[in-house]
Design a protein around this ligand. Structure first.
Ligand code: ZN
Length: 459
């Protein structure tokens, strides 16, 4: 199992200063940097320009990527919102944090969080979230001075969420305040999440024509299997390409908000170095294996391949193909700020791995986990394990072996026994689930409106 560095603060500061290229000879470190974490809900990597998408969906993210490190193969901890964000904020695999695979009724226990580390180091901290699954009742607010989770029914989508304009307005106001201390901010944008109803002029992005496509029937459930999930149905819209075009429109809309947030962070006063990391909590199925416009039910790349873009002073822009994961975010950001990484961290700080002197990437296995299915990735290999009787089952029922090709496609391959022992060890882990958060009928209705499957039964 990959563990954190657990280095002393002095060593961490020295390492970060060397990484930033400002003082390897032991001179006084620069001012602590501001740190911005941006998470985008439901954004699959291959719909982003810098990840090869066919149309212009992300001019601002692409511009950011030009001056950043772009990790081409980043894997999400889960295909669900709450578990992935818990892994991002704690650097724990899904089976090692107390939210587990559950999406909305478990609560984070005492795992050290990213915000707590920054708060303890004297940072001002704030979070701005836009999805009802991320409100403070699940415990991700720990360590934040400000946790802005004021959500209401969106006039645009008709469901409880906050659109990118409203969230960025709040975040920009906070980032624009004059302050003596450095800050850490987490901004979560909801918009690529269905229903795909971006405001004008972002309603849709013109995509390549699909001449032979067949209209999809609307479903009366959120599964998306061979039809349009109930929460995604747009009146009079039946063609898959039209939904994909509107999904791309949502991305174009949220990209503009990313541009505003980045500008606000870079213009923060007084001026400080800025460390910025952008990722997504999970992707979205757009027809793969018969599933449309939904997520949360598979660990295949359409739902777990996410962007990961890292910018920091002195860090040379580059593209990397090594496998990275949500659990790497906490160590990476703390290390970049010269702060110690807690021993509980299961990821690695990516900054030091980018330098030639320390170019020794761990040949590790990373996990995507939805409770009933675990996807284990190692380089271009993937093992997909089905756990039909749910979490806690120690005798997996079936394994699939895949190769993740360089073009992003998946091909089946021969059984590979070398992954069986470490993956079995991970699956056998009993998660410390803390299912204490009750959902009242009104909250359940809000979550169903976003397609979440039966939140009362913790799926
Ligand atoms: Zn999500």
């Amino acid at each position: 199992m990959i563990e954190g560095f657990g280095c002393t603060r002095a060593l961490a500061v020295m390492a970060a200063v060397c990484w930033l290229g400002t003082g390897c000879t032991g001179g006084a470190p620069d001012a602590p940097p501001n740190v911005l974490l941006v998470t985008l809900d439901t954004l699959r990597a291959d719909y982003i320009g810098t990840y090869g998408f066919e149309a212009e969906t992300t001019p601002f993210i692409d511009a950011l990527a030009e001056r950043s490190v772009v990790f081409e193969r980043a894997i999400a901890a889960s295909a669900r919102t709450a578990p992935s964000h818990a892994s991002i904020l704690t650097s724990r695999w899904v089976r090692y944090h107390s939210i587990g695979h559950v999406n909305g009724t478990t609560r984070l226990l005492d795992e050290p969080t990213l915000a707590e580390q920054f708060a303890a180091a004297g940072y001002d901290t704030a979070a701005f979230v836009s999805n009802p699954l991320l409100t403070r009742r699940i415990g991700l607010d720990r360590g934040f001075d400000v946790y802005d989770d004021e959500l209401s029914v969106s006039a645009r989508s008709g469901v409880v969420e906050r659109d990118a304009d409203a969230t960025s307005e709040r975040a920009e106001a906070w980032l624009g305040a004059e302050r003596d201390k450095p800050w850490f901010a987490w901004v979560h944008f909801q918009d690529p999440h269905g229903p795909y109803t971006a405001p004008p002029p972002f309603e849709r992005v013109e995509l390549r024509a699909q001449p032979d496509e067949v209209p999809l029937p609307p479903l009366s459930n959120p599964s998306g299997y061979k039809g349009i999930p109930d929460y995604q149905v747009l009146e009079g819209v039946h063609l898959p390409s039209e939904y994909r075009s509107r999904y791309a429109g949502e991305i174009r809309y949220v990209d503009a908000a990313v541009g505003r947030i980045v500008a606000a962070a870079e213009n923060s006063s007084p001026p400080r170095p800025l460390v910025l990391l952008l990722t997504a909590d999970h992707g979205e199925s757009l027809g793969e294996y018969g599933f449309w416009f939904a997520h949360g039910f598979t660990t295949m790349p359409e739902q777990t391949h996410v962007p990961l873009v890292l910018m920091a002073p002195g860090l040379k822009p580059q593209r990397r193909s090594e496998l990275v994961h949500h659990v790497d975010i906490l160590p990476t950001l703390l290390h970049a700020a010269g702060l110690p990484v807690p021993e509980t961290a299961q990821g690695v700080a990516l900054g030091p791995l980018l330098s030639e002197a320390l170019d020794a990437w761990p040949d590790r296995i990373v996990f995507a986990d939805i409770g009933t299915e675990v996807g284990a990735f190692q380089q271009d290999r993937m093992v997909r394990v089905f756990l039909f009787f749910g979490i806690g089952r120690k005798d997996p029922s079936s394994w699939e072996h895949w190769r993740w090709e360089s073009d992003g496609s998946m091909t089946r391959r021969e059984e590979d026994m070398t992954l069986r022992a470490p993956v079995s060890e991970y699956i056998a882990r009993q998660p410390p689930l803390n299912e204490t958060v009750k959902i009242d009928p009104a909250q359940a209705k809000r979550l169903r409106a976003l397609g979440y499957l039966d939140p009362e039964s913790n799926r």
